[in-house]
Design a protein around this ligand. Structure first.
Ligand code: CAA
Ligand code: NAD
Length: 291
């Protein structure tokens, strides 16, 4: 691409960071992934191998292309090892304080003003995250670059400028998303943006329907799949996203939009408290331990 972005540094190698790295590498970019938790990088690496093997089996790419893509991904166990990247995408847990602490170090780590500091946040104010990056010039290069799960499959990148984000950075974010084979669509910086403003209350309502005994999870999911042509029911989708992430997003919207109707359903909160976070822990609404 004309922008000369060659290497993306990805902070957080969970399901989103791992997916972003894979898509970047398949598009011909280098991706360096950092995660703070032991085990996350091994998991991401194993999944990359598995998914690219499947792409070869399905004849969507040659073995040589898959190997070349895999060789473009590096897995690093320190933030400092990301020095020299051209673009940063943060994909850590959906908690403003954690993201802001990171962004307070990123401007110093990446002093080159051409390095864009993007966040994959689902709901948190880009303007708020940018304040942690420092002065106005630093805030100009902070942008929301919101990929969807599973990243290799979903076509959208929601692009969200904060109050200080420069037009140049927005334009470059759109160009990078397109270079990664995605369709960028813009949204304004309000809690939950468009995607989760619309999706997450529906998921939360499905928890209320379950809690109030309107139907059991299988029926709730089945009704929405068969009756509304959803690819997966809302409770199954919540497990897929991560129940912790769903609860965080609801709380961000309740705080950011000044409205308690966005608070997470008590049953959703209870499952999170019990550590039943969905696919990533093996159990959420549904049980995945026997699959
Ligand atoms: N990573 C990579 N690829 C995956 C994948 C994953 N986790 N899960 C499935 N796929 C791929 C499969 O490899 C398969 O590709 P091939 O046909 O080439 O093998 C393809 O997706 C279809 O998979 P399956 O046939 O196994 O299953 P499916 O037809 O039921 O599709 C699905 C799976 C794509 C996940 C589909 O169920 C779906 O679209 N679900 C809804 C997903 C969705 O709504 N995502 C948005 C979540 S909200 C969000 O992301 C924003 C946020 O901030 C929370
Ligand atoms: P995840 O739990 O799968 O992964 C998060 C990773 O971040 C973990 O591996 C964790 O070890 C790591 N991490 C946490 N704090 C860190 C830090 N300070 N430094 C480095 N690594 C750290 O979560 P996810 O589903 O990949 O979500 C990540 C981000 O993407 C969140 O902001 C979430 O809202 C957003 N998002 C999620 C989805 C989804 O469907 N899950 C979709 C779009 C956007």
């Amino acid at each position: 691409m004309s922008d000369n972005v060659k290497t993306i540094g990805i902070i957080g190698g969970g399901q989103m960071g791992g997916g972003i790295a894979q898509v970047a590498a398949v598009s011909g970019l280098n991706a360096a992934v950092y995660d703070a938790a032991a085990g996350a990088l091994e998991k991401a690496k194993a999944l990359h191998g598995k998914l690219l093997n499947r792409a070869v089996e399905k004849e969507r790419m040659t073995r040589a292309e898959a190997d070349a893509a895999l060789s473009r991904i590096s897995y690093v166990d320190s933030l400092d090892a990301l020095a020299g990247v051209d673009w940063v995408i943060e994909a850590v847990v959906e908690v403003a304080s954690v993201k802001k602490e990171l962004f307070s170090t990123l401007t110093r780590m990446f002093p080159d003003p051409r390095v864009v500091l993007a966040t994959n946040t689902s709901s948190i104010s880009i303007t708020d995250i940018a304040t942690a990056a420092g002065d106005e010039a630093s805030q100009q290069r902070v942008v929301g670059m919101h990929f969807f799960n599973p990243v290799p499959v979903m076509k959208l990148v929601e692009v969200i400028p904060g109050l200080a984000t420069s037009d140049d950075v927005v334009g470059r974010t759109v160009a990078l998303a397109e270079a990664m084979g995605k369709t960028p669509l813009r949204a304004n910086d309000r809690a939950g943006f468009v995607s989760n403003r619309v999706l997450m209350p529906m998921i939360n309502e499905a928890f209320y329907a379950w809690m109030e005994g309107v139907a059991e999870p299988e029926a709730i999911d089945g009704i929405m799949k068969l009756g509304c042509a959803f690819p997966m029911g809302p409770l199954r989708l919540a497990d897929f996203i991560g129940l912790d992430t769903c609860a965080h997003i609801m709380n961000v919207m309740a705080d950011g939009l000044n409205n308690d109707r966005y608070r997470p359903c008590p049953l959703l909160k209870q499952l999170v408290t019990a550590g039943r976070l969905g696919n990533k822990t093996g159990r959420g609404v549904h049980d995945y331990t026997t699959q």
